[in-house]
Design a protein around this ligand. Structure first.
Ligand code: PLP
Length: 505
C-alpha cells in the first residue's frame, strides 16, 4: 500500500464523512438509544429478572465490515448485550456488591465523551481539573481529611488500591532489596485487589500476615467475623521486628466484600502510629456510608488512615467506572506518580506544585495526571458531580439510611424464619445459612452445603432475586447485599419469601 498522495485527500474525505455525524443523524441516534434505554429502565421492577442466562450465539457480536442499519444495531444490543447476565440496575439484584447506575451520571458520560475535553492536564482542561479537585475535596471532607490531602479519580477500587500501595511503598522508601523482608498486616477478609496491587507494585515477595480476631468459641454455628484484630497486629509487628523483618503496611477493611464487617479503625490507627506503619483503609464498599450517622460511628478513625479508597460506583450509585483514592498527604501520591516528557513542555506547571486539595492558593496547582498512573483518561468527575448538583446530598444520605434499615429488616426476617444468621450487619450485607432439621453444624457440613446450594439454585431459577454465595470459615454461606437505589422493601420481602419457600420445598 502506497502512502496516499496529497491530492487524494478530498476523495478520502468524502468517504470518511460518515464519522462526522450531522445534527439530524445525531438526533436520530440519540432518539433510538434513548428509546432502547427507556424500554430497559421501564422494565426494572420488583418482578423483573435480575439474572438471565446467556444464549448460545457467541458470534452474534462480531464486528461487521459493512455498516448496519440502526434498528439492527439496537436489536442486537437489546438481545445480545443488555438481556443476558446480571442486571445490577434491577431492584432484585442483591448479589456481590450491588451497583445501580444513576441516570444523571450516564448523561454526564455522554456530555464528557461528546465534547471530549482532555481531563489529564490542568493546562488543557482547567475546568475539568478543578471539578476533579472539587469532587475529591468533597470526598476528603466526608472522610475528615485535612487540607493537605490529595486524591485521584480512578476507574474503580482496584486501580485506586494500586495507586495507594505504590504511594505507601515510596513513602516508606521500600526498594527491591527490602521487599523480601517487608510485612503487610491484614485480615483474611481483605479484598483480593490488595494482593493484586502488591504484586503489580513489585511487592509480591513481601509477607502477608493475616491477623484476624481470635474466634469466639461461643459463636460456632454463626458465620465467622473475620475482623482485623489490633492486639494481634501489634504482637505480630513486634515479633517480626525482633526477627529482623520490616513491618510496613497495615490494610484495614471498612466493609468487607463477603460479610460487610468493618475493622476497628481507631484502634488500628493507634497501632499504626505506635509502630510507624502506613495505614491503608479499604472503604470501597463502606465509604459511602460516611454520609449516614450510623456509618460515621462505625467507621470512626478512618480520618487517621494514611491512604484510603472508596468506590462511588457502589454506595454512591454511580455507574461502573469510578473509584477514589485519597492520601492524607497529597505529596505521597505526587511523589509516586511523578513523570514528564518533552512533548508536555507547553502544559507543564510551575515547580511549586503542592498537589493538595487545601487552601485556594495551593489547590489550583496540580494536574490529575500528576497524582495517578494515567495521563489520558475519561472525565470521571462529572459522573459524580452532576447527580450531586442536580439532587443535592440529602437524597444520597436518605437512600443509604434506607439500605441500612432494609438490611436489618432482612436480617430480622430471615432469623425469624429459622435461618442461621451471620453477624448482625455492620452495614448492608447479610449472611445466612439454612441448617435442615436433624443435621448438625460441623458434623454434617457436606449435607448442609448441598441444601444451601439447592436454595441458591431455586432463586437463580426464579430469576427475580439474584443472590451470591461465598465461604465463611470454609462453610458455604448465602449472602445478600442491599445497595441499589432501586432496591426497596418489596424486593427484600420477595427475597425473604423466595428463600423461605425454597426451604419448605
Ligand atoms: C469492590 C471492592 C474492591 C474492588 O473494587 P473494584 O471497584 O471492583 O475494582 C475492593 N475492596 C472492597 C472491599 C470491595 O468491596
Amino acid at each position: 500500500m502506497a502512502f496516499p498522495r496529497s491530492d487524494d485527500a478530498a476523495r478520502r474525505a468524502e468517504d470518511a464523512a460518515a464519522l462526522d455525524l450531522g445534527p439530524e443523524a445525531r438526533r436520530a441516534l440519540l432518539d433510538a438509544m434513548h428509546e432502547m434505554v427507556e424500554t430497559y429502565l421501564a422494565g426494572l421492577d420488583v418482578d423483573s429478572p435480575s439474572f438471565v442466562e446467556a444464549g448460545p450465539d457467541e458470534g452474534a457480536l462480531a464486528v461487521p465490515e459493512e455498516a448496519l442499519p440502526l434498528d439492527r444495531v439496537t436489536a442486537l444490543l437489546e438481545r445480545e448485550v443488555l438481556r443476558p447476565g446480571g442486571h445490577a440496575a434491577a431492584p432484585g439484584h442483591l448479589a456481590y456488591i450491588t451497583g445501580s447506575g444513576l441516570f444523571a451520571s450516564a448523561v454526564a458520560d455522554y456530555v464528557a465523551a461528546a465534547t471530549n475535553k482532555f481531563a489529564g492536564l490542568e493546562a488543557t482542561g482547567p475546568g475539568l481539573a478543578r471539578m476533579e479537585r472539587a469532587v475529591l475535596r468533597w470526598a476528603a471532607d466526608l472522610v475528615g481529611y485535612p487540607p493537605g490531602a490529595g486524591g485521584y479519580l480512578a476507574s474503580g477500587g482496584s486501580l485506586a488500591t494500586f495507586a495507594a500501595i505504590v504511594a505507601a511503598r515510596d513513602a516508606h522508601r521500600l526498594g527491591a532489596a527490602d521487599v523480601p523482608r517487608a510485612v503487610i498486616y491484614t485480615s483474611s477478609q481483605a479484598h483480593h485487589c490488595v494482593h493484586k496491587a502488591l504484586h503489580l507494585a513489585g511487592l509480591g515477595e513481601a509477607t502477608l500476615r493475616p491477623c484476624d480476631a481470635p474466634r469466639d468459641a461461643g459463636r460456632t454455628g454463626s458465620a465467622g467475623d473475620g475482623r482485623l484484630d489490633p492486639a494481634t497486629v501489634a504482637r505480630a509487628i513486634a515479633d517480626d521486628r525482633a526477627a529482623g523483618r520490616r513491618p510496613w503496611l497495615v490494610v484495614a477493611t471498612a466493609g468487607t466484600t463477603d460479610t460487610g464487617v468493618v475493622d476497628p479503625l481507631e484502634a488500628l490507627a493507634d497501632v499504626a502510629v505506635d509502630t510507624g506503619c502506613w495505614l491503608h483503609v479499604d472503604a470501597a464498599y463502606g465509604g459511602a456510608f460516611l454520609l449516614t450517622e450510623h456509618g460515621r460511628r462505625v467507621l470512626r478513625g478512618i480520618e487517621r488512615a494514611d491512604s484510603l479508597i472508596l468506590d462511588p460506583h457502589k454506595g454512591l450509585f454511580v455507574p461502573w467506572g469510578l473509584g477514589i483514592v485519597l492520601t492524607r498527604d497529597a505529596r505521597a501520591l505526587a511523589a509516586a506518580h511523578a513523570g514528564s516528557g518533552a512533548y508536555l513542555q507547553d502544559a507543564e506547571e510551575p515547580d511549586d506544585v503542592s498537589g493538595s486539595l487545601g487552601g485556594a492558593d495551593s489547590a489550583a496547582s496540580f494536574s490529575p495526571a500528576d497524582l495517578s498512573p494515567e495521563l489520558t483518561k475519561p472525565f470521571r468527575a462529572l459522573r459524580l458531580w452532576l447527580p450531586l448538583a442536580l439532587a443535592g446530598v440529602a437524597p444520597f444520605r436518605d437512600a443509604l439510611d434506607e439500605k441500612l434499615a432494609l438490611a436489618r429488616h432482612a436480617y430480622d426476617r430471615l432469623g425469624a424464619a429459622g435461618f442461621t444468621m451471620g453477624p448482625v450487619p455492620d452495614l448492608s450485607i447479610v449472611t445466612f445459612r439454612w441448617i435442615p432439621t436433624g443435621l448438625r453444624d460441623g458434623a454434617d457440613d457436606a449435607a448442609i452445603e448441598a441444601a444451601n446450594r439447592r436454595i441458591h439454585e431455586a432463586l437463580r431459577h426464579d430469576g427475580r432475586i439474584f443472590l451470591s454465595s461465598t465461604r465463611v470459615d470454609g462453610r458455604f454461606t448465602l449472602r445478600l447485599c442491599v445497595l441499589g437505589f432501586r432496591t426497596r422493601r418489596p424486593s427484600v420481602d420477595l427475597a425473604v419469601r423466595l428463600l423461605t419457600d425454597a426451604v419448605r420445598s
